[in-house]
Design a protein around this ligand. Sequence first.
Ligand SMILES: Nc1ncnc2c1ncn2[C@@H]1O[C@H](COP(=O)(O)OP(=O)(O)OP(=O)(O)O)[C@@H](O)[C@H]1O
Ligand SMILES: [Mg+2]
Length: 402
Amino acid sequence: PYYIRQWDATGKVNSQVEEMFSGHMVIRAYGQEDETIDEFDRRNRELYDSSFMATLIAGINMPVTQFFGNLNFVIVVVVGGLKVLSGTMTLGDLQAFSQYSRQLSQPLGQLSSMATILQSSLASAERIFEFLDEPEEVAEREHTQDIKDVKGLVRFDHVKFSYDPAEPLIEDLSLEAKPGQTIAIVGPTGAGKTTLVNLLMRFYEIQGGSITIDGVDTRDITRHDLRQHFGMVLQDTWLFDGTIRENLLYGLHEGKTISEEQMIEGAKACHVDEFVRRLPDGYDTELKDETAELSQGERQLMTICRAFLSDPDILILDEATSSVDTRTEVLVQQAMNHLREGRTSFVIAHRLSTIRDADLILVVNHGSIVEQGRHEELLAKGGAYANLYQAQFANGDNIEED
Ligand SMILES: Nc1ncnc2c1ncn2[C@@H]1O[C@H](COP(=O)(O)OP(=O)(O)OP(=O)(O)O)[C@@H](O)[C@H]1O
Ligand SMILES: [Mg+2]
């Protein structure tokens, strides 16, 4: 039990340290330093206590068994010696018997030292099994195929999905994106926009209906092959420790390379070049800490540039320019218009001004499409989209006013 508590406490202390380290700005902003330290002290004390007991018991185990082994030997020799003196036992018998008792106590001592290791491993094993018991990703189908020369016809056919069986999200959703079209997905927070992307990329498996690309069910393609055809810019930016160049070229698929000029050309189109040039080491600048060195908008531009350079068949932009100022956004949009040419793209945006030119706008709410059409049609209709649009106008969250 002490070992189980010890590993448990170790995990808790570690996760708290990590959490508090990455969130230290928020902790300071809310003046939670003392509470955080108290909480750490409490968990650390728990770890100390359980480790202390576990180590103590493990530590005295071996000497105790050895002590009794030796005590046993002494008793055998003393009692045997008396018997030899009184003549009821021969010296040879005593010699043999003391040998046996030694031979018996030695493995016992070994066993007890093993027992402590065993206990510690059992406590760890419990945690490993907890991890192994997590549900597996659904296995790939037996006969998979790869799609070549993707045209980009994407079709959702009566798709059904929910994260939690108790809470249905997408009940029956159908949509079609023709090759080369730009599909904009708009809708309130929590409507299921990112979920659609998750399903398209097979981060989650659909529970009914089908999703096809160029007529091929995405479940007939391995996840790896499927994702090769996508370029995506996610809602939360992700840059890793490495140089800016490495981060930009990260999306290139196996065996594909581009020249330095092509990279810089792409970086210019995405407005990455401007701020990279200001850095002392340019494209060789090492990015280290999660937040250091670059602003949020600059990080977003980097991830857009990454998708740009990977030259995907289908492009997904989930709130890709939400942290960029509106002027840069327009410029990046223009660059992306170029990038979107000839490939199917899905664009999720809250700022409606950025998706006005989309070929098809889907208004999503509670996991279903409530309206679809082009910008002018939807405005004329005066429904949900028109309401959203008017609301943004009224709030001044609109580039026309900038
Ligand atoms: N991994 C998950 N497990 C369980 N529920 C989830 C998960 N991800 C999202 N949800 C829920 O599913 C619903 C749709 O989430 P989704 O991320 O698709 O919203 P969204 O339209 O992208 O919103 P936003 O505009 O804020 O990005 C939300 O109610 C959310 O709470
Ligand atoms: Mg989202």
